[in-house]
Design a protein around this ligand. Structure first.
Ligand code: PXP
Length: 249
């Protein structure tokens, strides 16, 4: 059964829209935990567009679940991770102009530096996950870095039209299989919604889904605690084929 990591970046994005103190993502992290979040994920971006350093510090002190720090593979972020000691660091690519993380990390293209960074973080007791597309060469490179975890990028699946979605799902299934054959543990995330999450949660070997935007959007209607509870129910008890079966022409 997969667990649920709740990404609270978009709560911080609302606060930063006014550069004020509310809504405070730290408060909402507690509500997410009360709704059943198994972990809290934040992306501390270089431009600090949503999550701030203070949020990460306070989350480290207040969370009762696990802290997953998404970050770029930079010296600045490494120093922060080593000081904060999250349960997990997820290394993601970062471009200043993007609205959100666009593609997976090119692990194969920067193997040496990533291998060294993964080694330093793991030596300090921080688990490392690499956010990658479900491609065999990238997954093989992930295993070579010594990281124990990957997060499969589900953006392509989420954006695919209903005709392409089964093939996109099959790629994720194969990615999970390849990753596990290489000794890696498997998370996934990006673009997952209440409508499309179930087949991904049902993938064999899936350990955790990291989900943010759709939960924060649903929280406007029902409150964050309830929105997390609803998502957790889908992640824990997924129907394998809820969409495709209904959409045959
Ligand atoms: N996983 C990673 C690596 C991400 O960068 C993001 C977005 O910050 C997510 C999961 C969550 O994506 P979404 O907000 O679309 O659920």
């Amino acid at each position: 059964m997969a667990s649920l990591g709740v990404n609270i970046d978009h709560i911080a994005a609302v606060r930063q829209a006014r550069r004020t103190v509310e809504p405070d993502p730290v408060t909402y992290a507690l509500l997410a935990e009360l709704g059943g979040a198994d972990g809290i994920t934040v992306h501390l971006r270089e431009d600090r567009r949503h999550i701030q350093d203070r949020d990460v510090e306070l989350l480290r002190q207040t969370l009762r679940s696990r802290l997953n720090l998404e970050m770029a593979a930079t010296a600045e972020m490494e120093a922060i991770a080593l000081r904060i000691q999250p349960e997990m660091v997820t290394l993601v690519p970062e471009k200043r102009q993007e609205v959100t993380t666009e593609g997976g990390l090119d692990v194969a293209g920067q193997l040496g530096p990533l291998q060294a960074l993964v080694g330093r973080l793991q030596a300090a007791g921080v688990a490392v996950s690499l956010f990658v597309d479900a491609d065999a060469p990238q997954l093989e490179a992930c295993a070579t870095t010594g990281a124990r975890w990957v997060e499969l990028h589900t953006g392509g699946y989420a954006e695919a039209g209903w005709k392409e979605q089964p093939a996109a799902l099959a790629r994720l299934e194969e990615g999970s299989f390849i990753a596990r054959s290489l000794g890696l543990r498997v998370n996934a995330g990006h673009g997952l919604t209440y409508q499309n999450v179930e087949p991904v949660a049902a993938i064999e070997g899936m350990e955790e889904l990291n989900i943010g935007h759709t939960i924060v959007a649903r929280a406007l209607a029902v409150g964050l605690e309830q929105a997390v509870r609803e998502m957790k129910a889908l992640v824990q008890n997924p129907r394998r084929d809820p969409l495709f079966g209904n959409r045959q022409p």
